[in-house]
Design a protein around this ligand. Sequence first.
Ligand SMILES: Cc1ncc(COP(=O)(O)O)c(C=O)c1O
Length: 387
Amino acid sequence: MSLSEKIPKNPVLSCLSFGREGEPVPSILDAGEVRYLNRGSLAIAFALKHAGISSGDEVLIPAYHCLAMVEPVLWAGAQPVFFRIMGNTGLDLEDAERRLTGNCRVLIAPHYFGFPQDMLKAREFCDRHGLILMEDCAHAFFGGTAGHPLGSCGDYAIGSAWKFFPVDEGACVVSPRGRLGGSATKPMGFFSGIKSFLNTLEYAVKYRRLGWFNPVFRLAFRLKDGLWSMLKPKTAQNLPIKNENRGGSTGFDGNRVDLGMSRSSRMIMSASSKSRMSRNRRENYLKLLSRLGNLPGCRPLFGTLPEGVVPYVFPLVMENPEKVFPRLKEEGVPVIRFGEYLSEDMEKGLCRVSEDYSRRVFQFPCHQDLKPEELEWMMNKIEEALK
Ligand SMILES: Cc1ncc(COP(=O)(O)O)c(C=O)c1O
């Protein structure tokens, strides 16, 4: 968590998190058998391990990626094979086909920023070539296409709970084809579980979401920090991985591949109002689109918000990224670039679109817990930075 961010980049716990449920919202959890894990990158590793991927195998990964998608593949001992994407972020499966060798075993297909890929096409491609399809729903915990929740086309699907729910850690692997039998997760240790919950509360206190309780908790956190520094050496093996944008290094730790989600995160997840999450995210996205969509100096990556899409963030393509990015950062706007650090194993020039997007696509939060005045503040700052 960066101290300089003036508004929360991620969802924040408050009593509003548990509002009344409305219309049911399809989610990756409806897509099949579920295992709850700690992080999305570990969930990819868990699925690769379960599928028996090892050295000598190859995994197709789109050129527009983050290192959190590549590290689990390297951890499994496999070789990433990168292929192009198109300007609309669709996977270029013809390019993937050209790069196929007899060693390719898996295709990783992400729903960028929550907008669904054409998974029927990806499914057909995988069936034709005998590949395992891993649907990467790290950006798409909710939503569906043609009456099916996202995640239902893959042999495996992975989700990243902390990007959608007000929790410090949490992810899942889902198997729509019932492949997970026999694979177990390790429960998180007692102290690590408590620490995860305290991190969640601390984030809420930082953004003043706990009303009268804020000062009390602030004091409690000072005590916690002292206590934690005393306990740390004994429990370091089983810590939750911190919820941060980790730039070039993702903090991937292969010893934690089987580590489960904390009990508190599971409870918060199941009690959170999914309809509120979906409604607020869509409303915030539409507000950002209508205010920033036609500004000179940028364009929205997705100019419409189709029915059923629950966006992860609002991606905006900048004309002058090198000028605008530091300005936004200085102002404390929580902006990040997906794929800012592309794998060094990817040949330069393999996909101009991905290289361009990794510099020019800025992602801004549109999550359910942004207050109207926070959204307004962020839109003003983006307008000023573009002038
Ligand atoms: C497309 C994609 N897949 C997987 C991951 C890994 O998820 P996590 O951050 O929960 O490890 C990320 C992380 O940002 C991601 O953007």
